[in-house]
Design a binder for this molecule. Sequence first.
Ligand code: NAP
Ligand code: MG
Length: 401
Amino acid sequence: MSARVCMKTPLAEIDGDEMTRILWALVKEKLILPFVDLKTDYYDLSLQNRGATGDEVTVEAARAIRRLGVGVKCATITANAARKAEYSLDELYPSPNATIRAILDGTVFRRPIPVSVVKPSVSTWKKPIVIGRHAYGDVYRAAEMSVRGPGKVELVFTPADKNGKEERVQVADMKGPGVVQGMHNLDESIRNFARACFLYAVDQKLPIWFSSKDTISKTYDGRFKEIFGEIYETEFKDQCEKAGVKYFYTLIDDAVARVVKSEGGFLWACKNYDGDVMSDMIAGASGSLAMMTSVLVSPSGVFEYEAAHGTVQQHYDRYRAGEKTSTNPSALIFAWTGALAKRAELDGIPELGAFAKRLEGASLAAIEEGDMTGDLARLAVPAPARPLDSQEFLDAVARRL
Ligand code: NAP
Ligand code: MG
């Protein structure tokens, strides 16, 4: 074998849970370590280790991404009541992704990985639809409570400036018990969200859509619409016109109706919750959750690459019972190639960038030539003779590498 490709700066490597943790190790062993003299700063974000460190490891991982510039992350469990019992946890720590995104701020871009053997379930889609998801605030950093009621619920703003005036607005006059939620966003974060989306659109020469519900939420969503418009007019109009990139604002419900009739091939900038939901819709309709890449682009210029799917718990249960599973590692592979290619670009190592391209090419070639896992085998035309298990698929990619 020829010499392995060298790296300069390490990647922040963030390991995770369950089936994706198993695949993570296999992807490295079979597809990366034989070819790359891999340098990483390793953070173990397994639920056990998050528990053991009082979740300190998650904060350290986010700081490492910020320090090193590029991170690659495995899927992690977001603990809930069932997981608390399953893993004997003392506490329910917040979603690691939410913690990391809160520290890095930024926008998550999710892009389907198209393969010719799997047609999207929306027959008009010819090109991938990229989701740009604002990754700060809204319901992900909300305060909630259930109230016994009856009683009044208010929003109160107490200015830090002692001379400032307190402001109050009534949320509801509750006639009985119920639930309440308060959420926020910051102008600066929305501006950075808009900038990241316009930069991505210009870079990829994609039309950009932005949607919200400003007819109903006149102040909150109205602010998003206003800031997007301002950033376009003052910072990106010329660049967009030069690149032939059109900016289009519409209501979220209108956007949804248009998306399912479109040909695709655009960036859809979404508020945090819309992006969470719509990226799963796009991934599902594009074929498989495992055929979607995800990158967090922070305004400070750091990048975190991950798979868009979760830890694939149901496959892990079967794996633990001794079964071979046909879990698709493509999104994990593309998380690694995305991170390595970005490191190559930043450090000026063309061989590393070329390796990342080769690995992507080998993964796609395997699928196109009929070597695929069950999630794709179910949908592929022509159908393969049989679906491969995860190990066989990784070997099929390694052979082509
Ligand atoms: P999931 O892991 O995305 O899996 C949902 C279903 O999608 C699977 O049961 C499987 O369907 C299919 N699937 C997903 N990835 C696949 C792959 N690589 N290959 C083949 N099929 C795949 O979602 P979940 O089961 O709801 O969540 C499990 C855990 O992941 C939860 O604890 C959640 O908190 C966490 N999560 C983490 C992240 C993240 O870290 N980024 C994101 C989402 C969820 P079939 O069973 O039909 O084969
Ligand atoms: Mg989601």
